[in-house]
Design a protein around this ligand. Structure first.
Ligand code: GLN
Length: 269
């Protein structure tokens, strides 16, 4: 849908087809609201924040300034994790760890697509977690998601002393180099900085995740991460420092950019 159509269907609480078929007249109040929406858009606010919702893998989610707007590329990440991880632990519970859950999109989609999945969703932002919890509740999967308000490195470090209990670790971590943040388009600059800032070279969270993931993954576990533009080579180098990982595979997004990396643990580890 075009942006104006998204705003109008949201305002009038109708389907796109109704806009054309019913040729509705806006009431003066609706007209005022529509003008207000267009003014916010003109200021660079993303349309998803203005209408307060988005779709992720067919799941309607509430989104606002508290969290990153889920992107279509992230659907590829979840689809790969679902198709490769679903077969694990079919006779029991599949433990999934979602690092940096934001609006809860990945955690909720994993819960909805893998019926025996039990999710732990971590985010450093208390505001984002409130939003994620609300989304999980609306979708009826909150009973299978445990929410933890902690920095992902802190959580991983603390958990590494426990049993290797996760069958899947999935994450779309912040991956924009700090100094590029100011050059991002206005809509992206409306999103929370903590959801975007990947440190000086954008790779901070990959270093942290790879440092600890093998200590918390089950021996047959799967690691699935989204990566930023042009980061493949650097991320391959980080993987090369850890013989614990094997079968490191990259997958492209809709515009043929390397966007996802998946790895398994080596059998000898
Ligand atoms: N998990 C959320 C998403 O994929 C948030 C990611 C983030 O904040 N970096 O959209």
């Amino acid at each position: 849908m075009k942006e104006n159509e998204l705003m109008l269907t949201s305002l009038l609480d109708c389907e796109r087809i109704d806009l054309a078929v019913k040729a509705r007249e806006l009431t003066p109040e609706q007209e005022r609201q529509f003008r207000q929406m267009k003014a916010r858009r003109a200021q660079g606010e993303p349309v998803q924040y203005i209408i307060g919702k988005t779709d992720f893998m067919g799941i309607a989610l509430v989104v606002d300034r508290r969290a990153l707007i889920p992107r279509p590329e992230t659907e590829i990440l979840v689809e790969l994790a679902v198709s490769n991880g679903k077969a694990l632990r079919q006779d029991g519970k599949l433990n999934v760890l979602d690092l940096g859950t934001g609006s809860g999109n990945i955690a909720i989609a994993m819960a909805e697509n893998i019926s025996h999945a039990q999710i732990t969703a971590v985010d450093v932002s208390a505001e984002a977690l409130t939003l994620a919890k609300m989304n999980a509740k609306t979708r009826g999967v909150h009973g299978r998601i445990r929410f933890i308000g902690e920095d992902m490195s802190v959580y991983l470090k603390a958990t590494s002393a426990e049993a290797r209990k996760f069958n899947i670790i999935i994450s779309n971590p912040p991956y924009i180099p700090t100094e590029e943040l100011a050059r991002l388009p206005a809509d992206v600059r409306n999103e929370p900085r903590t959801a975007l800032d990947g440190g000086h070279d954008g790779l901070h969270f990959y270093r942290e995740i790879l440092k600890y993931a093998y200590t918390v993954l089950s021996p047959d576990g799967l690691l699935a991460l989204e990566i930023g533009d042009g980061q493949r080579n650097s991320i391959e180098k980080i993987f090369a420092q850890y013989p614990q990982y094997q079968r490191v595979e990259f997958f492209k997004d809709y515009v043929q950019t390397d966007r996802i990396v998946m790895a398994r643990l080596s059998e000898t580890f």
